[in-house]
Design a protein around this ligand. Structure first.
Ligand code: NAD
Ligand code: UDX
Length: 477
């Protein structure tokens, strides 16, 4: 029996829900697409006439919103009505690491998944296909099913609702989300009901070729997502561990990564060393994998993946130590310019950004930070640093120690060092010779994102340190 889907709803208007639904709306003009959220401010921003105020910055997103919003794409806080009129409901809510209680610090907090399932159970009308888009522990569909199916009990005399549950995890990466959604490497759909799977396939088929649509059982689908993120993060920790060895030996990490990556079995992507991976996914999903492994008594497997996280943290602390050592062992009251605060380029997202830990370490050492990021607001920077400060029981007065710079010149003026933490394209065009004249001597540039070419600094008196390479002042170079 084929299931006709005319209206879909997505619970969660965040980094996944917003862009994913915008692409679906653009590719499936026949569908009505409603994105709902509890957060009224967020929905207001999605509905703002001024498209620079969208809550998510993603290249290409503004054009999609302009094309579809108000036609077949709607953003709303009316969760009840939106679910009631939908044939298919996607759950794209956040699944952060639990802060307290059983599994605190490792397990995913499923409270938003549970409340979404309860809303669907309460408000759905007729048959509803529920699609897990959020990243969740394997076996979560069981929880969703239990909540949905228990809502049917007692309705024998008025069987007005029924459900099927699918898992279709999202593989987009921030900064390239629209491209990733339009040209996905694969679309994964796990489930039992063939009709429901086909209903979702029929949506994706509008722009994705069928060979790229993988159908699996629901548990494989849930676990594949965690595994994919763990493998990606593992590559970064692997290359970052080698970056430290390069700095000691005179090898150059970009040359090593190129030589290693040209073996097709290894592949050249995702081998860029840097200040460690950030973003809302990798750390949380590996912690979740670790927790699940422990639950099943697989302690060796848990320890294996835990190491990926340890190297990531170590890389950030290692960078801070290098900076302090190069600046004569102290940065107290020294001005350090920070270029980039987002966890990667082309996003305004700062969740788990390596900049948070590194800046916090420098603040603890007494530094004053002048920070510039093209897409991150000062409030966001200050909130992220305050959250870590409070979580670690430190008492730094963040607001007195950080400043935003509105130009590269302002950031450089009187600073002892500049630290590049995000690979924004605009940082590639900085006139470093001009900038160096504004800095206090001796002046240091710490490039953690392979942005600058040391060969262009022949006449300058700048000391340049590059991650995975070392310094132009080191004897062995
Ligand atoms: P987000 O925090 O940006 O957005 C989640 C939204 O859900 C929030 O706006 C929140 O207010 C809303 N919400 C929570 N509970 C709700 C409820 N009961 N009803 C209505 N709205 C509710 O999160 P995100 O980055 O979009 O991630 C969502 C999920 O997708 C997570 O499980 C994440 O792991 C996964 N994921 C994220 C990415 C990414 O790059 N960010 C990529 C793939 C998968
Ligand atoms: C990741 C996964 O890539 C994506 O498939 C999944 O759906 C969500 O999690 P995201 O976190 O948005 O996406 O960005 P990603 O490009 O994976 O980068 C994560 C972090 O790794 C960033 O901090 C980035 O700077 C860092 N990174 C990435 C490196 O340090 N080196 C690399 O070679 C690649």
């Amino acid at each position: 029996m084929s299931v006709e889907v005319k209206t879909i709803c997505c619970i969660g208007a965040g980094y996944v829900g917003g862009p994913t639904m915008a692409v679906i709306a653009d590719k499936c003009k026949y569908l009505k697409v409603i994105v709902v959220d509890l957060n009224k401010d967020k929905i207001d921003s999605w509905n703002d006439e001024d498209l620079t105020k969208l809550p998510v910055y993603e290249p290409g997103l503004k054009d999609l919103i302009k094309r579809c919003r108000g036609k077949n794409l709607f953003f709303s806080t009316n969760i009840q009505q939106s679910i009631a009129q939908s044939d298919m409901v996607f759950i794209s809510v956040n699944t952060p690491t639990k802060k307290r209680g059983l599994g605190a610090g490792e397990a995913s907090d499923l409270k938003y998944i549970e409340s979404s399932a309860r809303s669907i159970a309460e408000f759905a009308v007729g048959h509803t296909i529920v699609v897990e888009k959020s990243t969740i522990p394997v076996k979560t569909a069981e929880v969703i099913k239990t909540i949905l199916f228990s809502s049917q009990k007692g309705l024998e005399n008025k069987p007005s609702k029924s459900f099927t549950v699918l898992s279709s995890p999202e593989f987009l990466a921030e900064g390239t989300a629209i491209d990733d959604l339009i040209n996905p490497s694969r679309v994964l759909i796990g489930g039992e009901s063939k009709d429901s799977i086909n209903a979702l396939v029929n949506i994706y088929k509008n722009w994705v070729s069928e060979e790229k649509i993988i159908k699996t059982n629901i548990w494989s689908s849930e676990l594949s997502k965690l595994t994919a993120n763990a493998f990606l993060a593992q590559r970064i920790s692997s290359i970052n561990s080698i970056s430290a060895l390069c700095e000691k030996t005179g090898a150059d990490i970009s040359e090593v990564a190129k030589a290693v990556g040209m073996d097709y079995r290894i592949g050249r992507h995702f081998l860029k060393s840097g200040p460690g991976f950030g973003g809302s996914c990798f750390k949380k999903d590996i912690l979740n994998l670790v927790y699940i492994c422990k639950l099943y008594g697989l302690n060796e497997v848990a320890n294996y993946w835990q190491e990926v996280l340890k190297i990531n943290h170590w890389q950030q602390n290692r960078l801070t130590n290098i900076i302090v050592k190069k600046l004569f062992g102290t940065v107290t009251n020294k001005k350090i310019g920070i270029l980039g605060f987002a966890f990667k380029a082309d996003t305004n997202d700062t969740r788990e950004s390596p900049a948070i830990n590194i800046c916090s370490n420098l603040l603890l050492e007494g530094a004053k930070l002048s920070i510039y990021d093209p897409k991150v607001k000062f409030q966001e920077i200050s909130d992220s640093l305050n959250d870590l400060n409070n979580a670690q029981d430190h008492t730094i007065k963040i607001k007195d120690s950080i400043f935003t710079a509105s130009s590269f010149e302002q950031l450089a003026n009187g600073s002892d060092a500049i630290l590049i933490l995000t690979e924004w394209v605009e940082f590639k065009n900085i006139d470093w010779v001009k900038i160096s004249k504004l800095m206090r001597k001796p002046s240091w540039i710490f490039d953690c994102r392979d942005i600058i070419d040391v060969n262009h600094f022949g006449e300058s008196d700048l000391n340049i340190w590059k991650l995975g390479f070392g310094s132009n002042m080191d004897n062995q170079k």
